[in-house]
Ligand binder design. Sequence first.
Ligand code: ZN
Length: 325
Amino acid sequence: MIPTLTGTVAEDALGRVLMHEHVFVLNAELMINYPAMFPEDAMVERAVTVLKEVQATGIDTYVDLSVMGTGRNVPVLHRIAEQVDLKILLATGWYTYHEAPVFAQLNGPGRLFDGPDPLAEMFIQDIRHGIGQTGVRAAVLKCSADKYGMTDGVMNVMQAVADAHLETEAPIFTHSDPGNGTGLAQQDYFESRGVDLTGVVVGHCGDTDDLDVLRRIADRGSVLGMDRFGLESRLPYEARVEAVVRMCALGYADRMVISTDSSVFSMNFPDAHRRDHLPLWDARSVMPRVVADLRAGGVGEDDIDQMMQHNPARILGSASRREDA
Ligand SMILES: [Zn+2]
């Protein structure tokens, strides 16, 4: 069984899944010191409204990839989950493009304070026993690499993610930057650690429409996160649709998932900017708009089901399948 915010769900009951979203993108330091930046009651209310609307479009499951470094806050999310039927899955990991948190730089194997890797221990704890005192278990692992490439800090987190994956078999989701090849570098590292790449979702592949880049990642078995529809600054919406249409025509529907990487509220992204410039960057647009445009582009129902249901079930169910075997 796969852990959700409010219980567990069987692989075949996940339904249609958004594989890379965020209820909130927050900052724990700001929330402690400037609490007015996150009016919790109003934000919970907003999230309940939005997530009910997401579900009304035909989505059943929502993977929230917020982790430490982006203010993952399970008690607040739990207030929301209790009021919606949408199944919400959580992640563990540490979000950084550059440096690891100082405690992780100083503690761990071969570091100033020699001992077990604290990040790996945290991630395993989140997956096996639950996050903090909430009892809510993380379903997936997350790491990131962006414009700075595979820095020491990025590698520190990746190493812990690989350790936790090898221990728990939880699937790995990444944030990559197809512009500088970090997706391939993530694959190289995980492969070197003996991770089965077919269980790795390389995120933000949809930021490119270079089919050679996409095929190089997909041909190694990983699933491409075509997961930023509506984020115009990286690649226009139409080009994202066209890339998925062409990849489906080449037979890659079993290697892609569709999502938006948007959020109900982000401390980093002003509401007004999104309203004025990114109207489609919204989880509520996937079924009525993205999927409709894929169909109009010639993608068949089998391929839609493959990307929205079967691929997510295969990836998210991988850990529990091995557990049950
Ligand atoms: Zn994200």
